[in-house]
Write a protein that binds this ligand. Structure first.
Ligand SMILES: *Cc1c(COP(=O)(O)O)cnc(C)c1O
Length: 363
């Protein structure tokens, strides 16, 4: 059993992928060119924004978006204590100060009730993460942002096609970022990322900043962050399958949730939302033992992530982490990601559920 089956996924559409890659080689369209332009158009269409700016990876997408929003030395940016470190490290890189908020017990996303108390006269924006594919509490977050004049960047790296109250995530905040790291719900064959927005001013700044401040214009100093032609061609093929692959993830999640024992905490789905299950994460009070047991049954699992962000050495300068982030720090002790990918068979899901049942009833 695979935790994520990239080979199987690519084998299932191998002819199309080979044709797409061969086209890039025969055209030498490695940088910019028709595949990258087509990707930006299709992805903006898919998400439903007027602009998409492709870039080298999801971390750069966050950094570029923060720079487009004008983050500078001393600005404070509020984000979740439970994410991949790209979300917070880019705030620091842009010159800002990371202000973490703890998460909601049910959903693993930033707790909107805690945000207002963290706002100071230096606060400029909020970066919610749609973690594991679950939309964050966007109505509450947008209401706080508008009350205090803050911008919002949605980190959609794990949430391609997720929906919040009928609209796709990535269309709600001022700007949103995506990752196409191979294991993400839409994955390239290497690194790739994108920024989407409906704000023309931000789109123009992002495109300029990511391309050295504009080729032969250099109105500003920028960076070099490009999605290459090979990755764009691969993504253009895989994008067509994203909806059916996402539906299969939802089916697998429903099967897991139906057959796992009561003693483990299954994922909640926020009401009126589409959770796209980048990861299917359970909680168990005997997580480490359960993980070892599943390994003996050849069932691969992962911990996403082993610590809440404020507990890593990089953030040891923060004080009082243990009290301030009690929800996400407890989650870090209990969470376990079960195998999840569109090719997982219903038999494999049953096998995982049986093994968890056996372990949980053996205490
Ligand atoms: C993967 C990920 C990123 C970064 O994307 P890369 O393409 O790996 O740079 C950012 N935020 C979250 C939540 C992620 O899961």
């Amino acid at each position: 059993m695979e935790f994520v089956d990239l080979k199987g996924l690519h084998d299932s559409i191998a002819d199309e992928l080979h044709r797409a890659i061969n086209n890039v080689i025969s055209e030498s369209s490695f940088i910019r060119g028709p595949h990258v332009i087509a990707f930006e158009e299709s992805f903006a269409n898919l998400i439903g924004t007027s602009h998409c700016i492709s870039c080298a990876n999801g971390t750069d997408a966050l950094y570029i978006a923060l720079r487009a929003l004008g983050v500078k030395m001393g600005d404070e940016v509020i984000t979740t204590s439970h994410s991949w470190i790209a979300t917070s490290e880019t705030i620091t890189q842009a010159g800002g100060k990371v202000v973490f908020a703890d998460t909601e017990d049910d959903f693993y996303t930033i707790d909107p009730q805690l945000i207002e108390a963290l706002i100071t006269d230096k606060t400029k924006g909020i970066v919610p993460v749609h973690l594991y594919g679950q939309p964050a509490a966007m109505d509450e977050i947008m209401a706080i942002a508008s009350k205090h004049g803050l911008w919002v960047i949605e980190d959609c790296a794990q949430a391609h096609l997720a929906e919040y109250k009928g609209g796709k995530v990535g269309t709600i905040g001022d700007i949103a970022t995506f990752s196409f790291y191979p294991g993400k719900n839409l994955g390239a064959m290497g690194d790739a990322g994108a920024i989407v927005t409906n704000r023309t001013d931000l789109a123009e700044y992002c495109a300029r900043f990511a391309r050295h401040g504009g080729k032969h214009e250099h109105t500003i100093e920028g960076i070099n962050s490009r999605m290459d032609g090979l990755q764009a061609a691969v993504l253009n093929v895989k994008m067509k399958y994203l909806e059916p692959w996402t539906r299969r993830r939802e089916e697998i999640a429903a099967l897991y949730s139906q057959h796992l024992p009561q003693s483990v905490r299954i994922p909640s789905i926020r009401s009126d939302c589409r959770h796209v299950f980048h990861l299917y994460v359970i909680r168990s009070s005997r997580r480490d033992e359960l993980k070892s047991y599943l390994a003996t049954q050849e069932i691969p699992t992962a911990i996403n992530y082993p610590r809440a962000l404020p507990f890593y050495p990089a953030y040891q300068y923060l004080e009082g982490a243990a009290e301030r982030f009690s929800v996400s720090s407890r989650h870090a002790e209990e969470i376990l990601s079960l195998p999840m990918h569109p090719l997982l068979s219903s038999e494999e899901v049953s096998q995982v559920c049986e093994a968890v049942n056996l372990f949980e009833s053996s205490s």
